[in-house]
Unconditional design. Structure first.
Length: 82
């Protein structure tokens, strides 16, 4: 998380792999699934959030203060390969 965006905006991971987000901005962010299946809560500047993805599929997420579901604003996608 940097410059009020997730980078990269699309990533592929293997099933069972963890994803680590680190907040490099001076403001709080969230990592919130479009479908509500996960939510980091507010991640402070300099802090991180990690989550393991076990199930293959496509998971869209966004930052509650700076984006919205459906890929609006600060949003990105994780593709878990089977």
């Amino acid at each position: 998380m940097s410059s009020i965006k997730f980078a990269p905006t699309v990533i592929h991971v293997a099933a069972g792999q963890s994803v680590l987000w680190t907040n490099s901005d001076p403001v709080q962010h969230t990592i919130t699934a479009d479908d509500g299946s996960f939510d980091s809560g507010m991640v402070d500047p300099g802090s991180s959030f990690s989550m393991e993805f076990d199930t293959p599929g496509t998971f869209q997420y966004y930052c509650q203060p700076h984006g919205a579901s459906g890929g609006t604003g600060m949003a990105a996608t994780i593709i878990v390969d089977g």
